[in-house]
Design a protein around this ligand. Sequence first.
Ligand SMILES: [Zn+2]
Length: 89
Amino acid sequence: MKRDYICRDCGIDTNKGKDNFYGVTEELWNKYGVGKGMLCLGCFKKRLGREFTREDFVPCVLNYFVNPIVRDIINPTEEECNDLRKKNR
Ligand SMILES: [Zn+2]
């Protein structure tokens, strides 16, 4: 269903481009997220009400390798990248 990718707050299609693919901790998503719905990165940040820190994001392929914005925030070390590659093998 295409609808699932629509940001619940601003209505953009989060499936376009890579900037809105990300994974935050369960704690944050339970508090500020929209359950099984989607939020673009900008709207999630608005709900959060502060700048992101690397601790907000979980180690996953989306955060480390796909989304350039999140990757910049996390700035994963070589070791962290290797750990993740191993896990996904
Ligand atoms: Zn949005």
